[in-house]
Design a protein around this ligand. Structure first.
Ligand code: ADP
Length: 526
């Protein structure tokens, strides 16, 4: 017997509807691609998103059509998300930092019909256009004055101008596809994760929880994690949903630009990958500055080294929430909420409601939650992928309905999960597993280290041994022995790397994480 409650499909337009109706004057502040700071609010974003919807419908875009975006975090990009999703089309976020050949593959695989691009990406668009025949039109996310010379499409302002925004909006079945995001293809071809309105809606409710991101209408949230990376960790939905102030940093993610925005906009919460926090910390140290309004940061996407956590917590009293997740999980998996600021949370945390996890050995048998035994980390939940887009014949789930994350982890009896490694980065030495993350964490605590990475290199006797790669802070010098001495006593003796290699710059991948594939290729790893 069905319940007798109202029919209220869980669709994403509701977040912006709510924000404009109940927090309409709350600010959305952008450091624009054109340069100046631009101020908007939820009422305006809502109106303009609907104007875009109308323009899309008039251009023949409808239900299920893929509309791609190639943009940094800006108010126009936010309008694009809602404008596309509001009419039942699919918002496909492209990562502009991917190589053009990979983007070409992704656009063709998704069969994107329309592309909304920041003007700074005009050269990339010019490269892609002839190779992506499904793309009928490009619209540049700018105004007439900043339309790139020789642009092959209109500017956004002109394209949406003169429209009332009155159009069919929302009123979709909640299972409708809403967003598409490809994994960066570190193994094989990129794979498309197709989010639904329902999955993103439920993910948003999870993200807002006190033990997750803990969002409130009194927050001012700076989203450094790009809208093209793993669903922007859900912030583009959760921030309007609570009616918090939204601060969007555009293209400038260096320490000075981020700090300036934090101070001028009274930012209380921000989210990004560890390399961003490392960059900001170096800037603060160099300029002898301290954030005055920032209370919490969320660090995710890669392991957050203990030294970094400690620096923010101990120097500035800023709470660091270490989060783990992935594109296939929309992306939130676990969050470590520090209950005691003297205990740095190097572990990746606990699952909030809506997510379940388990550990298995190589044969798929379950592994004890004793905080010591490594296992393959598997997850299930209402916002976890079950298949990839256009690979519908292959299920991603095992017999118990779990998705294998490709990560190796431990879980302690209290439910605290700690990532040991990505399965493909784990170093197998003499039949035992060495955690590259743990060695990196220990090495980067060296006062002269800016970044550290550990890869396995082939070894005749042991199979593989760890190689430590270090990028020193500007102007510093050190020897391999300095680092080996530093590691002694901090990690198990047999984990101590066989060699240390200093490099000018450790390469970062398209999502701002250390690119181990490139390091292996360059330094002869296995
Ligand atoms: P990509 O493959 O492009 O990096 P994702 O952003 O989806 O795509 O990456 C997810 C992966 O990033 C996880 O499976 C895990 O290996 C790693 N990861 C994410 N957060 C953390 C974290 N806090 N600690 C360690 N690894 C993390």
């Amino acid at each position: 017997m069905p319940g007798l409650m109202q029919d209220w499909p869980l669709t994403l337009d509701r977040f912006l509807e709510h924000a404009q109706r109940w927090h309409g004057a709350r600010e959305v502040v952008t450091r624009s691609i054109e340069g100046p700071i631009v101020r908007s609010d939820y009422a305006t974003i809502h109106r303009r998103a609907r104007q875009l919807s109308q323009a899309l419908l008039e251009a023949g875009i409808g239900y299920e059509d893929r509309v791609a975006t190639l943009g940094f975090n800006t108010a126009r990009h936010l309008e694009a998300w809602y404008g596309i999703m509001g009419i039942g089309a699919v918002c496909h976020t492209l990562n502009p930092r991917l190589p053009a050949a990979q983007l070409e593959y992704i656009v063709n695989h998704a069969a994107d019909r329309l592309l909304l691009a920041d003007p700074c990406f005009a050269p990339l668009v010019a490269q892609l256009r002839p190779r992506c025949p499904s793309v009928e039109r490009v619209v540049y996310l700018t105004d007439a004055a900043h339309l790139p010379a020789g642009a092959d499409g209109p500017d956004y302002e002109d394209w949406i101008a003169g429209r009332s925004g009155e159009c069919r909006w929302g009123d979709l079945p909640e299972e409708t596809a809403a967003g598409l995001c490809y994994t960066s293809g570190t193994t094989g071809d990129p794979k498309g994760v197709l989010y639904s309105h329902r999955s993103n809606y439920l993910h948003t409710l999870t993200a807002m929880l006190p033990d997750a991101l803990n969002l409130s209408s009194s927050d001012s949230v700076l989203a450094i994690v790009p809208m093209f990376h793993a669903n922007a960790w859900g912030l583009a939905f959760a921030v309007p949903a609570v009616g918090a102030k939204f601060v969007l940093p555009g293209a400038r993610l260096d320490g000075a630009s981020i700090f300036e925005l934090m101070e001028t906009e009274g930012v209380t919460l921000s989210a990004g990958v560890p390399t961003v926090w490392q960059g900001l910390l170096q800037y603060l140290d160099k300029e002898k500055l301290r954030p005055t309004t920032l209370k919490r940061i969320v660090s995710g996407g890669a392991a957050c080294p203990e030294a970094l956590l400690r620096a923010y917590q101990e120097k500035f009293g800023i709470e660091v929430r270490h989060a783990w997740g992935m594109t296939e999980m929309s992306p939130l998996g676990t969050v470590n909420v520090p209950r005691d600021l003297t205990m740095p949370p190097v572990a990746q945390g606990r699952v909030p409601f809506g997510i379940d996890m388990a550990l298995a050995d190589d044969e798929g048998r379950s592994v004890p939650h004793d905080g010591r035994t490594f296992g393959h980390l598997k997850v299930r939940g209402c916002a976890v992928a079950r298949r990839y887009f256009r690979r519908e014949q292959e299920s991603l789930l095992d017999a118990d309905g779990y998705f294998d994350t490709g990560d190796v982890a431990t879980i302690d009896p209290g439910g605290m999960m700690q990532i040991t490694d990505r399965a493909k980065d784990v170093i197998k030495s003499g039949g035992e597993w060495i955690s590259s993350i743990e060695i990196e964490n220990a090495a980067v605590a060296h006062p002269k280290a800016a970044l550290a990475a550990v890869i396995g290199v082939p070894h005749v006797k042991w199979g593989e041994r760890p190689l430590l790669i270090v990028q020193l802070k500007p102007g510093e010098s050190a020897t391999a022995q300095d680092f080996l001495d530093f590691l002694a006593g901090r990690i198990a003796r047999w984990w101590i790397p066989d060699a240390v290699q200093f490099v000018e710059a450790i390469p970062l991948g398209a999502t701002g994480k250390i690119d181990k594939k490139q390091l292996r290729a360059a330094l002869g790893g296995g």
